[in-house]
Ligand binder design. Structure first.
Ligand code: OAD
Length: 233
């Protein structure tokens, strides 16, 4: 079945690691997931950073390097093309890889931050940095800069959550792509969309714990988005 996007006024794409999988960016769970290879307690929490900032920064540099070797796929391109033709398309992503933006997609709400930003929690400064290696690892105040991403045990930025929540409450079409739907608070968004009357579609290579919530579950790949959605406007 093809969903006609022109029938909807406000569209939210809710994306997770499966959105970038066909680009070559590993997912977190499932086979090949990075949390099987790396222990997050050593690389992805504040305690690990406090213990050994250099080791944590090196790990994130490795991730930047591998992501820069990947390219956005047709699914990413489809969303950016759609955004040119439809005036209200928001992307709420759990991904930190910046892949949506690399095809020119705008209005991307990054729930878990970005691998392409660093911040100093003492000074409050945030630096954008897009290279393979971090240009600067220490702040002018002498502290190590940390990747501006949400690690295990971190709170999400309440302003970012609010922005995502507002878009989700207003949307009439909610399309989830490539997320296992197990990490909160993001895992609550499909229910929020549904409760507010949106038509909800899940696109994933397999069923998830949240599949029961959706009006339509499409077992398929993110890269094949144009097979499931049509934007003849
Ligand atoms: P997961 O790794 O938990 O789930 C990825 C999902 O994508 C799975 O349900 C797969 O079945 C699906 N998938 C894989 N390849 C796909 C493809 N080509 N097309 C469509 N679906 C595909 O990733 P997330 O749900 O994004 O948080 O994980 C959520 C959060 O957990 C991440 O943002 C990260 C992680 O810990 C932080 O780092 C804070």
């Amino acid at each position: 079945m093809v969903i006609e996007i022109k029938n909807y006024n406000k569209i939210v794409f809710f994306t997770g690691a499966g959105m970038s999988a066909e680009s070559g960016v590993p997912t977190y769970r499932g086979s090949g997931g990075i949390w099987h290879k790396y222990n997050w307690e050593e690389y992805a929490c504040q305690e690990a950073f406090d213990r050994n900032p250099k080791k944590v920064l090196d790990f994130h540099e490795l991730r930047r390097k591998s992501i820069l070797e990947c390219q956005p796929h047709n699914g990413h391109k489809f969303i950016s093309e759609l955004q040119k033709l439809h005036e209200n398309v928001t992307i709420v992503t759990q991904n930190i890889d910046g892949m949506h933006q690399r095809t020119g997609t705008e209005n991307v709400i990054e729930l878990h931050g970005s691998l392409w930003r660093l911040r100093c929690d003492d000074c409050g400064i945030v630096i954008e940095d897009f290279g393979e290696s971090f240009t600067k690892k220490k702040c002018n105040c002498g502290n190590y800069l940390r990747p501006d991403i949400v690690w295990f045990g971190d709170m999400l930025n309440p302003l970012v959550i609010q922005k995502a929540s507002e878009a989700i409450q207003r949307c009439d079409l909610f399309i989830s792509i490539g997320t296992s739907g197990v990490v909160w608070p993001a895992a609550g968004f499909p229910q929020e969309a549904k409760s507010n009357g949106a038509y909800c579609i899940e696109i994933n290579t397999e069923g998830t714990e949240l599949s029961y919530l959706y009006d339509e579950v499409i077992i398929g790949q993110a890269g094949g988005l144009s097979k499931y959605l049509s934007f003849r406007i």
